[in-house]
Design a protein around this ligand. Structure first.
Ligand code: 13P
Ligand code: SF4
Length: 367
């Protein structure tokens, strides 16, 4: 067990690990009823079924950000998702509303790939090389500090469901974009907008230099931070060939955090909401291979017994950090809240919030 795991375990009293699911469900339901509208439980699509059953709102990152911004009644928002989502909810709600994350170890490895100190070093170097021609854009899967930097430098956030329209707009404002932290979403989005791969390069935040340069500085339009999702990198061209060969009638839909090659070889790509909606709208008897996180694929399979659905890669694991939110952690957080104790609160300081809101608001206004 590593230090972080020990810390997380230590926070959860051992007794919670021995409760039956029925007992925990009953205790959570009782507390929810008592709190009524004062308690709001948003859940991301990648959460476990045992948690999703308590969702007041389930959705992709954009829907959850919008739900947090619109909710004025809840005093407590117990966010079932990962750290950057809870931070975003805290920034989009007012000071009297408290946001809790049932397990503080629920981070996002992609968000952690963009460190604010690396960005503070990178930006002046890029400015020196390209002048004032760049708009910074950060995927919502990033820390509040990164969002704040981007907001303060005239940029915006995007999610996987609005990246195309927002990047399109950004490129009418500035000659180039600097897209953090997911190189794949950045590459897939700008390629869809017609920008050739040759006009993109990758920023290595550790070496602090541009890589994969295939054109002159003059022609470079897209600078991609060298980050990726550890879950979506497991969907490969080999998986796609396997489906094409063994299930020729199957359509393949993947999340745009998958690599460019995988997105190109698939039939469709889109946010978790788009994946859910596409399968929902598909006719009975249709066949699908889905390239995204395992909890969501499992839930889609359960919800559509009339369709043949498989995971594009049956050997992938769920997102391990999303998975940290479970019944014992949710119950413990709610019971502490019920006793008047706020645990696992996510609070972003005022200066960071002010700047990050500039980036978030630019996105929300266009969504
Ligand atoms: P969505 O916004 O599509 O739900 O994606 C969030 C995420 O973390 C995907 O890995
Ligand atoms: Fe982060 Fe990937 Fe997990 Fe999404 S699936 S929360 S991007 S690690």
């Amino acid at each position: 067990m590593n230090l972080l795991e020990e810390a997380g375990k230590a926070l959860l009293p051992e007794s919670y690990n021995h409760l039956s699911a029925e007992e925990m469900i009953h205790r959570i339901q009782t507390i929810r009823q008592e709190f009524g509208e004062a308690l709001f439980i948003p859940c991301h699509h990648y959460q476990k079924d045992e948690v999703v059953q308590f969702a007041d709102s389930i959705g992709d990152s954009l829907q959850l950000a919008q739900a947090a911004a619109q909710n004025k009644k809840a005093r407590y928002i117990v966010f079932c998702g990962v750290h950057f989502m809870a931070e975003t909810a805290d920034m989009l709600t007012d000071d009297t509303q408290k946001v809790l994350l049932p397990d503080l170890r629920a981070g996002c490895s992609m968000a952690d790939m963009a460190d604010i100190y690396q960005l503070e070093q990178a930006w002046p170097r890029l400015m020196e090389r390209f002048g004032n021609t760049i708009m910074p854009i950060t995927y919502i899967n990033s820390t509040a500090a990164i969002k704040a930097f981007v907001g303060a430098h005239g940029g915006t956030t995007v999610t996987s469901s609005n990246a195309k329209q927002i990047v399109k707009y950004a490129l009418t404002q500035k000659k180039r974009i600097f897209f953090l932290p997911d190189q794949h979403l950045g590459r897939n989005t700008t390629a869809e907008l017609g920008i050739p791969l040759e006009e993109m390069a990758v920023w290595n935040p550790i070496l602090q230099e541009l890589e994969e340069i295939k054109t002159s500085d003059q022609r470079l339009q897209v600078i991609l931070w060298k980050g990726y999702c550890s879950v979506h990198q497991h969907f490969t061209l080999k998986n796609i060939s396997h489906i094409r060969k063994n299930h020729p009638a199957m359509q393949i839909i993947v999340h745009p955090e998958c690599s460019y090659e995988v997105v190109q070889a698939a039939d469709q790509s889109g946010s978790t909401k788009k994946i859910v909606d596409t399968i929902e709208a598909a006719p009975a008897g249709s066949e699908w291979a889905i390239g995204t996180e395992a909890n969501l694929v499992g839930r889609i399979i359960q919800a559509h017994p009339d369709k043949k659905i498989v995971s594009l890669n049956p050997f992938t694991c769920p997102c391990m950090t999303m998975n940290r939110i479970d019944l014992p952690h949710l119950l413990f957080t709610l019971e502490k809240l019920h006793q008047g104790e706020l645990i696992h609160q996510i609070h972003v300081d005022k200066p960071t919030t002010t700047n990050a809101l500039m980036a978030l608001d630019r996105m929300l206004l266009q969504s």
